[in-house]
Design a protein around this ligand. Sequence first.
Ligand code: 5GP
Ligand code: MG
Length: 191
Amino acid sequence: MAASGYAPRRTDLPVVISEARVRHLVRRLAAAICADHSEGDTLVIVAVLKAAVVFLADLIRHLTMPLEIELVNARSYSGTRRREAVEILDDVLELELTGRHVLLLDCVLDSGHTLAAVLGAIVAQAPASVKTCVLLRKRRPRTVDIEPEYVGTDIPDVFVVGYGLDCDNRWRHLPFVAELPEAAASGGGEE
Ligand code: 5GP
Ligand code: MG
């Protein structure tokens, strides 16, 4: 933010999804996930760091089946060709998911490269089932073929922060999702 010289306060940011709506969406997603998964099977939730942590923490408190949680790092390559390739750090490959029921969780689906890459690594381990869940899906064309089974809501193709989403590791703690104006976002990189 310092780079742009524009440092907005949280009250300046245009709200995209209010705190009450986030809460409603999370409950609705949890109900759909519970309806689709047997109470007798353990579900392994694989959440993509760091953005999914807030969503994960809220979602799991509405899930009723036995659960295990795994946290994985996945980030886009930095540099001039940012976000055209995803580097999966080794922890995805170290999970033992063969024969397990897996739910891959992220906060936002943007280009789809991140989820597609992590999903590919999960599928390679031959899980019993795998579904994907995102709270937010941007309305934009996607070059990768990925359609999450569970989507909280579609949002405009703008850069958003809050509810786990950051700009330069800031704003994650906002209880709502807000647009970060171009002037503020241009100084900060994404993960
Ligand atoms: P994708 O690989 O689908 O393009 O992007 C997914 C990742 O990029 C997310 O996990 C998130 O870290 C980051 N990302 C994508 N769009 C946004 C956004 O609008 N705001 C923030 N803060 N991060 C985003
Ligand atoms: Mg980020």
